[in-house]
Each structure stands twice: as structure tokens, then as C-alpha cells.
Ligand binder design. Structure first.
Ligand code: WTA
Length: 583
């Protein structure tokens, strides 16, 4: 790479000295054992994420009145919560669950928009030792049913607006005992024998609760995520993850005492959990939570009004901002000092645009739901090669390997893998699916499913997925989920779904649909099918492009050959078609 394409870091120019100021030194010296010291363990060697995120700060004289959460609602109302406030509310909520008979290991799911109660509920569940599951507020019945049925969730916490979607599927959820409704924002509350009201219960609950002592590998939160085959899988994480959440927030996102932090990811996704809650609260920092929708105006205004200094966001949002007529320079964004990006490839133009508009480059970070924290990344103190994901976090060993597990030489493309013992927050399991869990590993390696290469300087470069998983607007979608939704439509026989490149969203979902013989093809039907999937699965995960096709390419054993659909659509070579049935 041409040297002029590298963004050189001059640490003497930074307003604040970074927490990690020499990557090579840090990589050779920092060990996970050392990083555990940032976390408070109980005397018996156990720990609790919620204790580390809230209690230890609330119980200290210098942090208890510090602002933890700066909330702005979609209608512009502002609320502020201190660590002491969250201590009391999470204690109360843990008591509410305790009174309902929720026990350690039970699954309690959260289906809410970004409101302050969502933080209290999430941390209250962890405090009690139950497993917190989070779901994106755009999910519809099918996505909800998949998650709640598979996890056998006992309680769901939601609100009056979202409740009807759960109500419809409740009959198919024998383990779902109670639904807790957060009253905020609605006058008409749903009624029912098994419905409980949050404020009502919180008023009665005690403010005292001692965080349950959890083993390092006891489950803490779970998140359903998509793969190539089958329905979403429940990735289970443990209480020890707080160690790496804190370490990466400190050394990658460079959080320091006086920062105002904003991670734009929703709590329904792993970034929202780990960097919207665990890391920031674990370090006793101050975070912004914004309920409103994305728009250049809304976001710049949040950055300006709250004087955000650390901003962690995603490539699709960056590209949308780049394309907007509203420019960052119209706002006072002088407080910003560190920008991070995650979730999908960040094109070099995005990195350069940041430098041009904010005087700051975006730092691309790579990880996955299964990994639990940033694993390969750029750093404040490391030169950036725009387009590269950077280097492994200290303690993590990353490599490019072939299918046999042999490490490849620089610039050779292969499987991006990590030595499993070096990923501190690696998932502890896939819910009810040991075979799936085992399939991630090849000897000492965790196989990410991403293709990449490493250059001669040790920088990693993303190439693409090795499988059919789609990343659209940074969100992970499995083709099978969309195909399953489509075939539920009465006019559809079968469907094959792929991701195709899109300048704005990274990829968009495209469906090839086989209609029943008597059904005529039309543009209206395409719209109808889009709406149908939106209504079944989720507002964000629907095929933006649909093509009708007479027959799907399949292997002789009946598997849809999505690779071939993609090759035809994009005019790529077909590759090996020896397993293809007559087509
Ligand atoms: C993709 C999100 C390129 C990748 C935290 C990975 C990325 C999947 C990057 C995980 C990046 C994530 N550059 N691709 N910086 N970060 N990805 O589980 O394909 O939602 O395997 O976790 O997103 O998505 P997940």
C-alpha cells in the first residue's frame, strides 16, 4: 500500500493521551489475567455483571452521583440517571423478578424500544442470575416465536405498543408465564390475568438486593443470531464477559473518566449489549441513549447537544450521513475525539470522510455475536490503513488459515480464525444445540465464517463471508429465515434468498420466488410479498428485490444452491456444479 494512503497517528497531537499508547508493546505485554483486575470479583471468586456495571460504582462515594445515562426520547424529553438511581432501580427489578419466582438460569426476554427501563430491566435480570434475552423492537411474530419458543422464556418485558405481537403467539408458548408491561408512553394498557405492570410492581419492591454470585462461566445474556442454515441460534454468553467488555471499551474505544459516550447500536443486537451497556457501565462512564430514529439531523444534534466525545457506530449509518445534504460542519461537534465503526466492512471512503468532516478517522472494529467483544480492530495509537479491520486485540490470537487449519502466508486469502482459548468472551454455548456449537471449531481454532487476508504488517482485511449469511445495514440475516417466511405466503411454492451488493446498505436481500402455477407474475405481487415478510419477520429484514423464477437450482439432495443464484444474478463464474440436479 502506498504510504500516503496510510493515516499516520501522531499521539502528541491528541487532546487526551490514549489508554493504550503503544500497540506492539501492549500486544506483547497485556494478558487476560491482568485485565481481570479491572473487574470486582466476590471473595469466593464469583462475580456478577450487574454488580460490576452498577453496584460497585453506586457504593463508591466518588461515582454514586455520577451520571450513568442521558436519555432523550423520540419526542425530545430528556432524563438523567445516576449510578445510584440505577442501583436502586436494578435492585428493585431483581426483587420484582424474585417475587415472581424467577430463578437463576431462567430466561427473561426484553422486547422494548430504547427507553431507560430497558437498561434497568436488562441489568436487573443479570443481578438475579437469570439469563437476559434481548429482541429488536422491529421483530414480528415469526422472529419472536422462534426466539421465545426455543429459549423457553418464562417472562417477557414489553410495552403496550409491542405487546399485541406477543399476544398473538402466546398460545404457542407454554413456558411463558407472565408478561411485564412498561407503562411509559401509553394510556391504554393491555389487561389480562398474566399481565403485570412495571411501575406498579416497582413501587412495592424493596431497594435492597444483593447481586447473586455467579461463576465465571454461568450464563448472563443470550442473543439469537443467524447462520446459513436453519432458524436463528441462541448464542449464550457468560458473566466473565464483563472483563473483555471493559478491556475493549478502555483500550479500543479509549473511554476515559470525562468522556460522554454514544454507541448507536440497539440493545437487540450484540453491539448494543456489550458496548451499549456492559463496557460503558462497567467502567463507570456516561452514555447517551436516544430513542428517536436515525436521520443526519437527529444524530448530529445528539452529538452536539450532549457534547459526545466517543461515538461508536456502523458503516451503513456512516454512508447515509455521507450521502446526506446536511453536513457535520453545520453543527458544533468539537467535543468528538474518537470515532469507531462496527458490523460490516467500512469502505476506505468512509474513513477518509470522517477525517475530512470531523478531523477524525473512523476506527473499524471487527467481531461477532459469538465472540462477545471486539477481537480485531484499529486503535487510537495505531496507524490506520483505510479499508483494513486492523490488528488483534491484546490477548487475542487471530490468523488466516486454510480448511485444514494451517496458517497461510501474508496476503493469501483464507478463513479468518481465532485461537479459541485466546477469545476471553467466546460464547459458552448455543442454546439447546451442542452440534451447532461444536461446528464452529477445528482443533484449536474458532472459525469465524469470514474470509480475509493479513498483510505483511499484520493488518487484517475483510474479503467476504464463506457462507450464505447476509449483512444488510449491518444486521445479520439468514437466508433460511426469509425463505421460510416467503413460503408461508399462499401464492408461493418455494424461494431462494441471497444477499447482493448495495452501495448504501452493504448488501440487500434478494429473493427468487417460485409461484404456484396458476398465479400470474406482477409488480403488485412483489410488493405484497415484501410486505408479507416485513409483517412476519421484521421491518428491517425483507427482500428489497424480488425475481420470479420457474425453478430453483438445487443439489440432488434438495438443498437450494444459493451460490448459483448469486452467480447468475451478479454474472460471476458458477464454480463447481457437479452436485446440481437438472435445472
Ligand atoms: C461482519 C456484529 C467487516 C462479519 C458485532 C462478521 C464485519 C459479522 C465487521 C458478525 C467489520 C462485523 N468489517 N465485516 N469491521 N464487523 N462484520 O454477529 O461478516 O452481528 O462475521 O456481530 O459481521 O455479525 P454480528
Amino acid at each position: 500500500m502506498n504510504q500516503s494512503n496510510i493515516i499516520k497517528k501522531d499521539l502528541s497531537n491528541l487532546p487526551v493521551k490514549p489508554n493504550l499508547n503503544n500497540y506492539d508493546k501492549a500486544y506483547s505485554e497485556i494478558k487476560w489475567q491482568e485485565l481481570e483486575k479491572n473487574v470486582d470479583f466476590f471473595e469466593d471468586g464469583t462475580l456478577n455483571i450487574a454488580y460490576n456495571c452498577i453496584d460497585r460504582h453506586a457504593l463508591s462515594s466518588h461515582k454514586k452521583n455520577k451520571t450513568a445515562l442521558l436519555f432523550e426520547s423520540s419526542t425530545g424529553e430528556k432524563e438523567t440517571y445516576t449510578y445510584l438511581d440505577l442501583y436502586k432501580s436494578t435492585n428493585k427489578f431483581a426483587n420484582v423478578l424474585d417475587n415472581l419466582g424467577v430463578e437463576k438460569g431462567d430466561r427473561v426476554f426484553i422486547f422494548l424500544p430504547t427507553i431507560p427501563e430497558r437498561y434497568t430491566v436488562f441489568l436487573g435480570i443479570l443481578k438475579l442470575g437469570a439469563i437476559a434475552g434481548t429482541m429488536f423492537a422491529a421483530f414480528q411474530e415469526m422472529a419472536l416465536l422462534d426466539r421465545l419458543a426455543d429459549s423457553e422464556a418464562k417472562i417477557v418485558v414489553t410495552n403496550a405498543v409491542l405487546y399485541p405481537r406477543i399476544e398473538k403467539i402466546w398460545k404457542d408458548l407454554p413456558n411463558l408465564e407472565k408478561i411485564i408491561i412498561i407503562e411509559r408512553g401509553s394510556v391504554d394498557q393491555p389487561k389480562g390475568e398474566k399481565i403485570i405492570y412495571y411501575n406498579h410492581e416497582m413501587e412495592k419492591a424493596s431497594e435492597e438486593f444483593e447481586a447473586v454470585h455467579m461463576q465465571k462461566d454461568d450464563p448472563s445474556y443470550m442473543l439469537y443470531t443467524s447462520g446459513t442454515t436453519g432458524k436463528p441460534k441462541g448464542v449464550v454468553h457468560s458473566h466473565k464477559d464483563i472483563v473483555s467488555a471493559i478491556a475493549t471499551t478502555k483500550y479500543v474505544l479509549d473511554l476515559q473518566e470525562n468522556d460522554i459516550y454514544w454507541c448507536t447500536a440497539d440493545l437487540g443486537w450484540v453491539t448494543g449489549v456489550v458496548y451499549g451497556v456492559l463496557g460503558i457501565f462497567g467502567l463507570g462512564g456516561t452514555t447517551v441513549a436516544f430513542e428517536g430514529k436515525f436521520s443526519a439531523e437527529n444524530w448530529y444534534k445528539i452529538l452536539q447537544d450532549y457534547r459526545v466525545s466517543i461515538w461508536y457506530t456502523a458503516p451503513t449509518a456512516i454512508r447515509m450521513l455521507m450521502g446526506s445534504e446536511i453536513k457535520p460542519k453545520e453543527y458544533n461537534l468539537e467535543s468528538l475525539r474518537f470515532l469507531g465503526s462496527v458490523g460490516e466492512p467500512l469502505n476506505p471512503e468512509g474513513v477518509w470522510w470522517g477525517l475530512e468532516e470531523f478531523g477524525l478517522a473512523f476506527h473499524d472494529t471487527w467481531w461477532q455475536t459469538e465472540l462477545g467483544s471486539i477481537s480485531i480492530t484499529n486503535f487510537q495509537a495505531l496507524d490506520i490503513k483505510p479499508g483494513s479491520m486492523g490488528k488483534p486485540f491484546p490477548g487475542v490470537y487471530g490468523a488466516i488459515i486454510d480448511d485444514e487449519g494451517k496458517e497461510l502466508t501474508p496476503n493469501e486469502e483464507g478463513n479468518l480464525a481465532l485461537k479459541k482459548d485466546t477469545v476471553y468472551s467466546l460464547m459458552i454455548g448455543i442454546w439447546n444445540n451442542k452440534a451447532k456449537f461444536d461446528s464452529y471449531f477445528n482443533g484449536q481454532w474458532y472459525i469465524s465464517g469470514d474470509r480475509a487476508y493479513k498483510d505483511e504488517d499484520g493488518y487484517f482485511w475483510f474479503v467476504g463471508r464463506a457462507d450464505d449469511v447476509i449483512k444488510t445495514s449491518g444486521e445479520r440475516v439468514g437466508p433460511f429465515e426469509i425463505e421460510s417466511a416467503l413460503v408461508e405466503h399462499e401464492k408461493v411454492v418455494e424461494a431462494g434468498v441471497i444477499g447482493i451488493p448495495d452501495d448504501l446498505r452493504g448488501e440487500i436481500i434478494m429473493a427468487f420466488v417460485v409461484l404456484k402455477p396458476e398465479i400470474g407474475e406482477s409488480e403488485e405481487l412483489k410488493e405484497e410479498l415484501k410486505m408479507f415478510v416485513k409483517g412476519k419477520l421484521a421491518g428491517h429484514a425483507y427482500p428489497r428485490k424480488i425475481k420470479f423464477i420457474k425453478k430453483l437450482p438445487k443439489t440432488r439432495s434438495g438443498k437450494i444452491m444459493r451460490r448459483l443464484l448469486k452467480a447468475h444474478e451478479l454474472g460471476l463464474p458458477e464454480g463447481d456444479t457437479s452436485t446440481l440436479e437438472d435445472y
